[in-house]
Ligand binder design. Structure first.
Ligand code: APR
Ligand code: PHB
Length: 392
């Protein structure tokens, strides 16, 4: 039977970063991923890194390309009733910034680091199952290249996302799950066109939310709110552009540039937290433990915070034999997670169309937006949450 110190299920940002942070601390791990490397890298997902996350990557020697190609931003625009209002986030937060850098690139950088460290990273494993999680020697069984394998571990890290096997392996009755599903999703496109804005634009419109984000000087990322359950096939490109023009319109002549659509997909919006984020020697991290709606751009940032806390706790355990860090893991992470949930819920509630809330609800949303753009205190509170708390 093969052995390792930490068995890591999932090679998304959480699993790969954890493997790297452990390697730096002299702790061995094996990373098991059920999809192909190409699939995991190609998936278009988040794009905003908090300053604290960039700091984690820099301290871990992972920030070369991120610092060369990431776009450092100092503010965002809130757009409603035909007007744009800049939130000067850096000015309001002692100079803190965010960096625009696609999750695909984060994953590519982490795969490269894993390869150069020479640590095991197995793709296309199937039939992953977790055993003896409450004991001192948990095991992971899986099939790779047609062979059944068993990996004995000191600890298992469940970094396998919302639909993974890890959370589902915890016995019934242990976890409390908190969830809110929103009655809409986001249709996102990646377009081959220079962004029509320098900073991210979050737009509130009676037809629904729209977001103009970017990936580079040549590639734009745009989203519109669509009803839950909508199929992407029902949305031809011209109809998407037409909605974007309407929802992002400003009455000062600002225009949206169009370009070929490179990628298009719909994601449901959900808030979800499981407590605690562990069971015996299994520790959940990232999307396996919590989901936020994307409006606050917190998903990837929370995942990085979780694995940073976990790597430190494991370092402590192996250096001193103390369980204190591991015992505190869940509570430490959940404090940040609930702040992320609160902020993502607030941004989602403020900016989307909720038909069931009626005209009164819509008026309250506008009043809230007015407050954020006219009160320095309210803008500061939003900015502090958006740029995020330090992690290190
Ligand atoms: N066995 C092995 N791997 C699995 C299994 C399984 N049974 N189930 C899922 N996986 C893999 C998925 O294929 C995926 O590559 O686990 C990985 C989980 O990665 P993510 O879903 O990206 O989650 P995480 O690493 O926690 O990253 C969180 O990703 O979803 C975004 O917005 C989210 O940006 C946030 C970040
Ligand atoms: C993105 O660029 O993909 C993005 C930006 C901001 C968000 C969500 C997604 O709030």
């Amino acid at each position: 039977m093969a052995r390792t110190q930490v068995g890591i299920v999932g090679a998304g940002p959480s699993g790969l970063l954890l493997a790297h942070l452990l390697h730096e601390r002299g702790i061995e791990s094996v990373v098991l991923e059920n999809r192909t490397e190409e699939y995991v890298i190609a998936r278009v997902r988040a794009g905003v890194l908090e300053q604290g996350v960039v700091d984690v990557f820099r301290a871990a020697g992972l920030s070369g390309r991120l610092e060369a190609e990431g776009l450092v931003h100092h503010g965002i625009e809130l757009r409603f009733q035909g007007k744009g209002h800049r939130i000067a986030m850096s000015e309001l937060t002692d100079g803190r910034t965010i960096t625009i850098y696609g999750q695909n690139r984060v994953v590519e950088d982490l795969v490269a680091a894993r390869r150069s460290a020479g640590g095991p990273l197995l793709y296309e494993v199937s039939d992953v199952s977790l055993h003896d999680l409450a004991g001192a020697r948990p095991t992971i069984r899986y099939v790779h290249e047609g062979r059944e394998e068993t990996l004995e571990c000191d600890f298992v890290a469940g970094c396998d996302g919302f639909h993974g096997v890890s959370r589902a392996s915890i016995p019934a009755g242990v976890l409390t799950e908190y969830e809110r599903v929103y009655p809409f999703g986001w249709l996102g496109i990646l377009a081959q066109v220079a962004p029509s804005t320098e900073e991210l634009v979050y737009a509130y419109h009676e037809r629904g939310f729209a977001l103009h984000s970017l990936r580079s000087a040549e590639v734009s990322r745009l989203y519109i709110q669509v009803p839950a359950g909508e199929e992407v096939e029902a949305w031809p490109d011209d109809q998407i552009w037409s909605e974007l023009h309407t929802r992002l319109a400003r009455d000062d002549g600002w225009t949206l540039r169009e370009g070929p659509v490179l990628e298009k997909g719909i994601a449901a919006l959900r808030s979800f937290v499981t407590e605690p984020m562990c069971f015996g020697r299994l520790f959940l991290a990232g999307d396996a433990a919590h989901i936020v709606p994307p409006t606050g751009a917190k998903g990837l940032n929370l995942a990085v915070a979780d694995v940073t806390v976990l790597a430190r706790a494991l370092e402590d355990f192996y250096a001193t034999g103390s369980d204190a860090g591991l015992d505190a893991y869940s509570d430490t992470c959940l404090r940040r997670v609930w702040q992320g949930e609160r902020f993502s819920w607030q941004m989602t509630s403020m900016l989307h169309r909720f038909p069931e809330e009626g005209p009164f609800g819509a008026r309250l949303q506008l009043a809230q937006l007015e407050q954020v753009v006219s009160s320095r205190a309210a803008a500061t509170a939003l900015s502090e949450s958006y740029v995020g708390l330090p992690i290190l």
